[in-house]
Design a protein around this ligand. Sequence first.
Ligand SMILES: NC(=O)c1ccc[n+]([C@@H]2O[C@H](COP(=O)([O-])OP(=O)(O)OC[C@H]3O[C@@H](n4cnc5c(N)ncnc54)[C@H](O)[C@@H]3O)[C@@H](O)[C@H]2O)c1
Length: 400
Amino acid sequence: MSTTLYFDDLIATQSLVSSRITLTETHIVLFAGLTGDFNPLHMDEESARQGTFGRRIAHGMLAHSISTGLRSSIDDWAIIAFLETHRRFVAPVFAGDTLHYVAEIEELRKSQSNPARGIARVKLRLLNQGAEVVQDGEDVFAVACRPGGRVMSPRLQGHVALITGGAGGIGSAICQRLAQEGAAVIIADLGPGVAELAHSLTTRGYQAIAVNLDVSSRDSWTAVMADLPPAFKAVDILVNVAGIVRDRTLIKMTDEEWDAVIDVNLRGSWMGCQFGLAAMVGHGWGRIINIASTAILGTYGQANYSSAKAGVVGLTHTVALEAARHGVLVNAVAPGIVETSILASVPEEVRARWIAKMPLGRPAQPAEIASVVAFLASDDASYMSGQVLIVDGGATTGDY
Ligand SMILES: NC(=O)c1ccc[n+]([C@@H]2O[C@H](COP(=O)([O-])OP(=O)(O)OC[C@H]3O[C@@H](n4cnc5c(N)ncnc54)[C@H](O)[C@@H]3O)[C@@H](O)[C@H]2O)c1
């Protein structure tokens, strides 16, 4: 069961990736019947062979409708109305193509005329099985605000959280959730979305700043921690989210691919723990949460990533021991597959294989990782340290 996402839950720059659908003969026949468009380029193999594309192409408006439908399949937004849609046909869609929709929230603003709703503008692309863009454009929705206010029960009031990789798919959901829980959030990232996300949170009344941080650089950490404004100085929650992948099978993997992944995922988390713990010493309360991955169990083509994430688990256990006397609890979250833009590049057959192994039959939404991080950051987890919480919808449970 998915949770309803209200306007207050949306994040500017957040990426949305839909499930996939294969455009079949039945779609084309039904669409032709509905619209009366029986053009032989769509309906007749022989005529289509003589045409520009040499194959039957799907009706443009059929691709359009599929893209709108895919948008609805992403998650459960409290959409009141579809206000505008602009689509540009970039490349033809053929019978048998498998399509998915990738979008990014470009703008969030409160409605001038109705305080109970907001306006979300989304930039979109429709991709085929070869990752070719077949359609791009923009959708604008009116989305309901959370009834009765924005936060359920803020557990992190008075705390300051620094989230590395805070502009990414999972990181931005964590920033949003910790802000909703009352924390002042420092969004630390290399990515271009970092300033927009901070702006989007502050315009909705949350406390947030953006900082440019390269987690693998000691100089960068030193500069960021030294330059924090007074209201954000007392960092007592540090979430190490920044991560990259450079997949290749072992024999072909280069030194650069190994080093880059170890530098960001492992060295970056190690430095985050160092700078985070140093900031927390003397407060008597603190939380460090590292994002690992179920790749610790081994994943094909990811010797670098799986070693780095296994290292993050070892780091978590050790820092938990050293930090306990300062009142700092250190835990890790190991997600399975999460619906972020990372997944857009995964080939259809690999993705289908992954989903077939998932007892819940779907990847996680970033908000479902963020809620576990919020729990670990809160006093609800006051007797937990040195633990790794696997959040994979049961995928690593049982015998496959
Ligand atoms: N998406 C998944 O399926 C999945 C599953 C398990 C674990 N994870 C982990 O979750 C974390 C977030 O992944 P995501 O899916 O949101 O990916 P993402 O690419 O959307 O986010 C990663 C973020 O890290 C930032 N980053 C990269 N290098 C950096 C550096 N040197 N310094 C600072 N920031 C840097 C990027 O700019 C980006 O914003 C990663 O650690 C990833 O390994 C992801």
